[in-house]
Design a protein around this ligand. Structure first.
Ligand code: PSU
Ligand code: MN
Length: 281
């Protein structure tokens, strides 16, 4: 199964980013699955990285954030780059990987200019199981949910009935189906492939209860982060990393702890799904 690398280079602060990257691979490996972190190293698309390469992504000062649109540039200009959900899905699918774990997907941003993460269209055209904790709370979540519906991405609640909202376990938005075991997800994916549907199955797993950030606190820090981004004119690819960093700073690390906990939990769930797929073959 695949893991993304933008979360390492641009989503988490150093040095916890490298510890987390190692920990995610460890969790998957200890369960008996294979974890391949995806990135661009020296312009090459890589599926599975050495310790030195993980360290480069975690500490390098010129690691680009590479989405799908950046792939031709990254390869031609021999970048070192971290891949987002969009580009990781694209690369993993071409490496015949069927399961991919991340924290929260990108989506429709708040505000008047339509800023829609490339994660969404990539999910609509890539047949892969993406395990996440919903879309990041900084986004317009109802609009993101509508987008997934319009473009035919099946949203699965893993042991939950609502689409989780990253640091929160629920937000009132429905999933298309609830499932309670990895085997059921594996069966849904097999059916999806038999039907020759090309979209992703989005498996949403709520953040573990003990790390959920209370919604009152979340609202305050979110308002603060959104206002700071607006005041400082942050936009484009810098917006998501900026908002995440602001929120961590103003919650005394509570959002960071939630982020790490859900990343670990999602890697664990994805590994269980990958193992179940292998057994059903
Ligand atoms: N989830 C996290 N931290 C992150 C991201 C997701 O817990 O840093 C990254 C993912 O790589 C996702 C990207 O694809 O943020 C979305 O960025 P944008 O909104 O610019 O498309
Ligand atoms: Mn954007």
């Amino acid at each position: 199964m695949a893991l993304e690398s933008t979360v390492i280079s641009h989503g988490l602060p150093s040095p916890i980013n490298l510890t987390t990257a190692n920990r995610l691979e460890e969790i998957v490996t200890s369960m008996g699955a294979w974890a391949a972190t995806v990135a661009i190293i020296g312009g090459r698309l890589r599926v599975g990285l050495s310790q030195d390469e993980l360290q480069l992504l975690a500490t390098g000062d010129d690691i680009k954030k590479v989405s799908t649109r950046d792939l031709p540039i990254a390869v031609t200009e021999k970048w070192d780059g971290a891949t987002t959900v969009a580009s990781t899905s694209w690369i993993a699918h071409r490496a015949e990987i069927k399961v991919f774990a991340t924290g929260g997907i990108g989506g429709v941003h708040r505000g008047s200019l339509p800023d829609i993460s490339a994660d969404l269209p990539e999910l609509a055209r890539t047949p892969i199981v993406v395990v996440c904790s919903g879309a990041k709370i900084v986004l317009d979540l109802p609009a993101t949910r509508e987008w997934l519906e319009t473009y035919g991405v099946t949203v699965i609640g893993y042991q939950c009935d609502e689409m989780p909202a990253f640091y929160s376990r629920s937000n009132g938005l429905p999933v298309d189906v609830r499932v309670d075991s990895p085997a059921e997800i594996s069966r849904l994916f097999t059916t999806q492939q038999q039907l020759k549907l090309n979209s992703a199955l989005l498996v949403c797993v709520p953040v573990p209860e003990e790390f959920e950030v209370p919604s009152k606190q979340l609202e305050e820090i979110l308002d603060h982060a959104l206002a700071a981004a607006d005041r400082n004119g942050i936009s484009g690819r810098d917006l998501t990393p900026y908002l995440l960093a602001q929120m961590s700073e103003h919650s005394a690390g509570a959002t960071l702890r939630a982020n790490i906990s859900l990343l670990e939990n999602n890697a664990r769930t994805a590994a269980a799904i990958a193992i179940s797929m292998q057994q059903q073959q």
